[in-house]
Design a protein around this ligand. Structure first.
Ligand SMILES: Cc1ncc(COP(=O)(O)O)c(C=O)c1O
Length: 496
């Protein structure tokens, strides 16, 4: 049975956790947070973190014994070693796996790896085996695992205020919105949500509301402006609206009928077809500047420029879905900067809070002006805890040195892949640290993925399964990147 924590206990619990953390840092044995190579912009720490001794003194008055024992200290390795800290016994692993089969919905298929820890670009499975993480939780863990600054931002905000609902203003949310608008000059307002699909869902609603407000002003004539244009191989999410503009039949068809209004899927990078599809009835055009799930397919510069012109002509809203390719992943802060074209709406999610759930919709003043109180909302969205962490991540990722590091690591990755002999690789594409390595078949890729896993490297797949997708933490050290590529190269050569 769950009990609510009595409010009188809250300061004690907070004190206990802060004191544990402070003591562990003092002893140099705290194993969780990882000092990454990300340029740090430390948030202001709460008194218990910045002045541990004052907390120790005040807390000592309660007489609670919370410092780690000698045995606990020696049981934990220092943070930067390559060893797992808390491997599970074989019986416990088996129990968890059988509970997973029994209690978790079977919507993800078989999952064999049970992960228990992560530090930097390394994750550990339950038996303590280390893996270099070239997936980063599907392009989410921008600063890797257990980053020290990320952890401090989380702890600091958790000690103050974690959730309020959107009935009230909070500073982290305001600061984050301001920062994003300053970093994306096309935008004037931000809406926060909790995931990528929700961000696209909101974008659909905002585009529809803009069309309605134009219709009410008599600006549309006979045009209905309820239709959408999206692209083959697109992925925008799995809720009913976002699914409607997602192209893959296998994930759409079981849930028909989807959202009303026509959706036309045009061939990727085919401006002629897009021109045929985009007309006065088009409400919005959804496009990923670099398609992720669809196989890591960058949009041509001319294609994005042409879409901008077509949207300007027809009055359609141009939506750039940067849920996967945004926030530094491609070596520029935004994926669309490679083409020098701005959208009317940009959706973000995955890396924004480096592992906590968040989504954001950035929009122009024109789109924002169509939205009225009550049009949209979310209880959890933009809560101070998640936004405080996101502020830390955005500060770290948006620094010019950090972005140029991504760019040079991406270049190095591609150079190394270009040097892999044997002719198995059919194409290498992508930008920055979002790279697709294309093979002939999903069968080959499955073998490569398995060999990588056996040798301590996690990779993603994309497209129809014939693409190995690489999306390591953005702050992965070069040496670890190289070790990962060595494993991948070996796995490719092992195909024969
Ligand atoms: C481009 C893009 N849009 C939207 C989504 C959906 O995001 P989420 O899984 O957070 O709902 C994804 C997820 O992979 C994505 O890659």
């Amino acid at each position: 049975m769950l009990h609510e924590t009595p409010s009188a206990l809250a300061p004690v619990l907070l004190g206990v956790s802060c004191l544990c953390l402070a003591e562990a840092f003092r002893l140099g044995t705290h194993a969780r947070p990882f000092r990454s190579s990300a340029p740090s912009h430390p948030p202001s720490l709460s008194p218990c973190l910045s002045h541990p001794s004052s907390f120790i003194t005040s807390h000592a008055a309660t007489g609670t014994q919370i410092a780690p024992t000698d045995a606990e200290r020696t049981a934990h390795e220092p943070a930067d070693t390559d060893a797992a800290l808390d491997p599970l016994g074989v019986d416990e692993q088996q129990r968890l796996k059988s509970d997973a089969e029994k209690y978790l919905l079977n919507n993800y298929g078989a999952r064999n790896l049970l992960l228990t820890e992560g530090r930097g670009a390394t994750v550990y499975d339950a038996s303590g085996k280390a893996y270099i993480d070239f997936g980063a939780g599907i392009a989410v863990n921008a600063l890797g695992h257990s980053d020290l600054g990320w952890y401090s931002a989380l702890m600091d905000q958790a000690s103050k205020l974690s959730h309020t609902s959107n009935l009230y203003l909070t500073q982290p949310q305001i600061d984050l919105a301001k920062k994003l608008v300053q970093l994306a000059p096309f935008a004037s307002k931000v809406f926060f949500c909790n995931s990528g699909t929700e961000a696209n869902e909101a974008a659909i609603k905002f585009a529809r509301k803009l069309a309605l407000s134009k219709a009410r002003k008599g600006l549309l004539g006979k045009a209905k402006k309820v239709n959408f244009v999206a692209f083959e191989k697109s992925f925008h999410g799995r809720t009913m609206g976002a699914l409607t503009v997602t192209s893959k039949k296998k994930i759409r068809d079981p849930f028909a009928p989807l959202m009303g209004g026509d959706v036309t899927f045009c061939p990727w990078n085919d401006l002629k077809e897009a021109k045929r599809a985009i007309d006065g009835d088009t409400c919005a055009v959804f496009v990923e500047p670099v398609q992720g799930e669809g196989g890591v397919n960058p949009a041509d510069v001319g294609f994005l420029k042409g879409l901008r012109e077509l949207c300007d002509k027809s009055g359609a809203v141009l939506v750039f879905d940067e849920v996967q390719c945004g926030l530094g992943r491609t070596g520029k802060l935004w994926g669309h900067q490679h083409a020098g074209v701005s959208p009317d709406i940009m959706t973000l999610a995955k890396p924004l809070a480096g592992g906590l759930p968040i989504g954001a919709v950035l929009m122009t003043e024109e789109v924002a002006s169509a939205i009225e109180p009550g049009d949209h909302g979310s209880t959890f969205a933009g809560n101070p805890l998640v936004c405080a962490v996101a502020n830390y991540v955005v500060n770290a990722v948006s620094s010019p040195e950090f972005l140029s590091g991504i760019e040079s690591k991406g270049r190095h990755l591609r150079e190394r892949l270009a040097a892999v002999e044997g002719g198995r690789i059919k194409d290498t594409r992508g930008e920055g640290l979002l790279i697709g390595v294309v093979f002939d078949s999903a069968d080959e890729v499955n073998k490569i993925k398995q060999t990588c896993e056996d040798r301590g490297l996690l990779v993603l797949t994309a497209g129809e399964g014939q693409v190995v997708r690489l999306a390591p933490p953005l702050n992965i050290p070069m040496e670890q990147l190289d070790r990962g590529i060595d494993i991948l190269e070996h796995a490719i050569k092992e195909l024969g």
